[in-house]
Design a protein. Sequence first.
Length: 306
Amino acid sequence: MTTSPTLIVMAAGLGSRYGGIKQIEPVGPHSATLLDYAVYDALRAGFGKVVFVVNQIIEAPFRERFGTTIERHCDVAYVIQRLTDLPSGFTLPPERQKPWGTGQAVLSCRGEVARPFAVINADDFYGRAAFETLSRYLAHAVDKDGFYDYCMVGYVLENTITEHGHVSRGICTVDDDGFLVHIRERTHIERLDERIAYTEDGVTWIDIPAQATVSMNIWGFTSSLFGELECRFPIFLENNAHNLQKAEFFLPNIVGDMVQEKKARVRVLASDAQWFGVTYKEDRPRVERAIRALIRQGIYPENLWQ
């Protein structure tokens, strides 16, 4: 069994805002995707296994795309995030069309992960330093003194906004010792002229400080998280029985609840890196320019997996 941490890549989203399978959209030379660059950085930082969470629609093209590259360099597993993967006693509402959210995505991996692990999105660029910091932390992560030992990489909000629409971010409060105090997922954040704000109803907008710390769904956990997710998923379904068409089991909200309950301590590993990702097709040219710049600087080779 490997002694290095595992990387879970959440890639089951259907990309409704993007309009395609953005997880395998090329943004670099030799058809490299953002996911290629993330895994490349993770392997260099000491991660030993990658678990891809996909849906049935993209499983075949996903395996075809990465089977000849990433699978040659590390242990790889594929997990299907299924709508029907529900706790005993629950049935799938006929109107439900999309997966149950990032919490269920991670829970789907419970049979593939036995060691401390990191979680990322498939369509975000996090930067090499983020994986190096995560790997160092997870090497010593141990639940003790009644607390789960978790971490997250925190980004500056204004560094994570697209010019082409809204984004989802976990808005964080961090104490003076660098631990997470509160986090709540906001699914509609936009830049409005000189301000950044979120809305939950499309009418009322609430300002967020540009320097606020946000989660980009890049986390570090011990395997204790799986037991918590198994306990909390049926509670989530019960509490949202009136809105099972749209309700999502968000990982940031779950972690935030554990912090409030004093079950987990989450170290926030600060990053001032400039985010880029492909939330919208209009984001792609900027991402391609950024990747090219990093190659010119010698941070990445022209061909990642050669």
